[in-house]
Ligand binder design. Structure first.
Ligand code: C2E
Ligand code: CA
Ligand code: CA
Ligand code: CA
Length: 279
């Protein structure tokens, strides 16, 4: 009984810190993941809705953990952001994705873009411009092949600083897209002030078209607005042929989704480029 009491006591005190202990443990594992190169970049193809051709791919990070198998980004990106580890992880993803993109050009006859997600922490980092510029130069990459995906919530705070950073990125030759468009509760005025190339319609709006009238209205309005502002539109999360038909009827430019291809390891994407399926 005495023993049990002691255990209970220990359990009680440690449970107060259990969450932070688990966090520390995860942070430690994430650092090891960087050191032992346990991250992988997977690629999801993007298609031109008119020609049916692959125009590029989105780079999506995965963590091949010896403890947890393949960990999706939702389970470690938030902690990586809190701890600042997103900076080295993000840099590694960016470089890996750009190196891959350069390999694609020897497999596939048309030019292909690679889209890389940037987190808020990376975006406000002092060194962002220099490190991207240096990487592009190191790789001798054509910068217009690189698209950076930023969310609305990321680009809204400190609007003035954001414009400067975006302009500098554009000047380096990169393309900028707004990810998860429509979910950020932000004013639309940034669309005319910021040097943006592409809107990505969030998959939550795509999911229930063509059945849900409200979603249909939103999707068609976003496409029309984007085109009037001379922006390209990507629909993400396209899973059904009915969604594809709707998007094509309303003149969406590009599509991504499980209907055409899930995110896949680099080697599988190479195979896809060798035997491209057209929409
Ligand atoms: P996201 O940028 O909005 O990426 C799209 C997510 O939707 C991906 O999940 C993709 O696998 C999934 N998806 C694509 N097509 C479909 C579809 O047809 N149906 C459904 N249900 N889902 C689809 P994933 O790979 O788990 O990534 C989740 C989020 O993690 C990303 O959302 C992005 O915000 C973040 N993320 C991924 N890679 C990176 C990275 O390298 N850096 C940063 N900062 N964030 C990343
Ligand atoms: Ca994205
Ligand atoms: Ca998205
Ligand atoms: Ca999303």
């Amino acid at each position: 009984a005495k023993n049990q009491g002691r255990n209970n006591y220990r359990f009680y005190t440690s449970s107060a810190n259990a969450a932070s202990a688990a966090r520390l443990n995860m942070e430690h594992k994430l650092r090891q993941a960087l050191e032992f190169e346990q991250f992988e970049v997977w690629y999801q193809p993007r298609f031109d809705i008119r020609t049916g051709q692959i125009v590029g791919a989105e780079a999506l990070v995965r963590w091949r953990s010896p403890d947890f198998n393949l960990v999706p980004p939702a389970q470690f990106i938030p902690l990586a952001e809190d701890t600042g580890l997103i900076i080295p992880i993000g840099e590694w993803v960016l470089r890996t994705a750009c190196q891959e993109n350069m390999k694609w050009q020897s497999i596939y006859p048309h030019s292909l873009n690679v889209s890389v997600n940037l987190s808020a922490r990376q975006f406000v980092q002092e060194d962002l411009l220099n490190s991207i510029e240096k990487m592009i130069a190191d790789l001798s990459m054509n910068p217009s092949r690189l698209e950076l995906e930023l969310t609305e919530s990321l680009i809204m705070p400190n609007a003035e600083d954001t414009i400067e950073t975006l302009k500098a990125l554009k000047k380096l030759g990169m393309q900028i897209s707004v990810d998860d468009f429509g979910t950020g509760y932000s004013s639309l005025s940034y669309l005319k002030r910021f040097p943006i190339d592409t809107l990505k319609i969030d998959q939550s709006f795509v999911r229930d078209i063509p059945e849900d009238e409200d979603d249909c209205a939103l999707v068609t309005a976003i496409i029309a607005m984007a085109h009037n502002l001379k922006l390209a539109v990507v629909a993400e999360g396209v899973e059904t042929i009915e969604q594809l038909h709707f998007l094509r009827n309303y003149d969406c430019d590009y599509v991504q989704g499980y209907l055409f291809g899930k995110p896949m390891p680099a080697a599988d994407f190479h195979q896809l480029l060798k035997n491209p399926l057209n929409l």
